[in-house]
Design a protein. Sequence first.
Lengths: 265, 55
Amino acid sequence: MYVIKVGGKVLDRNLPKVVESISRELSKTPIVLAHGGGNVVTEYCRRLGVEPKFVTSPEGIRSRYTDRGELEVYVMVMAGKLNKEIVAGLVARGVKAVGITGADGPTLIAERKKRIVVIDERGRKRVIDGGYTGRVVSVNSDLLKTFLSNGYTVVVAPIAIDDEGNMLNVDADQVAFKISSTLRVDKLIILTDVPGVFVDGEVVKHIKADEVGDILSKVGAGMNRKLIEALNAIRSGVGEVVITSGIVEDPVGEVLRGNGTVVSQ
Amino acid sequence: MIIKCPICGGDVEVPDDALPGELIDHECGITLEVVNEGGSIKLRPLEGVREDWGE
């Protein structure tokens, strides 16, 4: 079984080819698809008069700040527009597909981040209310297995739920890694807008689990997080994690032909 | 202004324009949060923070 994570920039630029590529692989293995799409949420916030807010972590990672108003747009766009566009693309290619959020089932259980540390407009470290973002703490795979065992491809939007019934914005990479670890899949494919993990200007073909620590200081903050999560996933029983470009003609086929960066034992 | 660290008792230099929620890394290794209690600025150890982010 594969889990494939498709980032927002890939959805934006290459959705038809991504769903075509995934639909070709489905005769060989079941697939769960986890998607992002923060850039589309930003666009719809503006259209609806909800000015998007962003914060920067001390590590320099810029992220959405999800208050109550923005959460409403986030859920509408992620669970509605984007999730259903992917499902429709798969269905159009003859795939039995179903779209869910992590709140369905529930499938993704998260803790709300009560407080977060940001760099404020004066360049100083400050702690603020965490808004409606969360950290996935567990995956209930019952609903996923029900669909998969009946031949469905499951498309998961990055919305989790906490123990008070709050829907939460969760990182789509984290969703993909947590689902992969829970299902102990053979392969987790992360489709991004870069061809793999760059070190000294070149894509690294293979990173062994015990080499990840040495590479962390040589990559940017976003890739750094992906590699840490990849290491955790492999230690949880995932066969391998492949980080590769989703902006090519046949993204999944390219992975099977050995392109991208493979992280494994 | 100088305020005593609630952990080690050492001096902590707090900017005069510090706002509630601002964080100061003290030399004793603790991260302190600026709080406003009854109109006066105080420091307390930072708690309840996670470094995870949403989509």
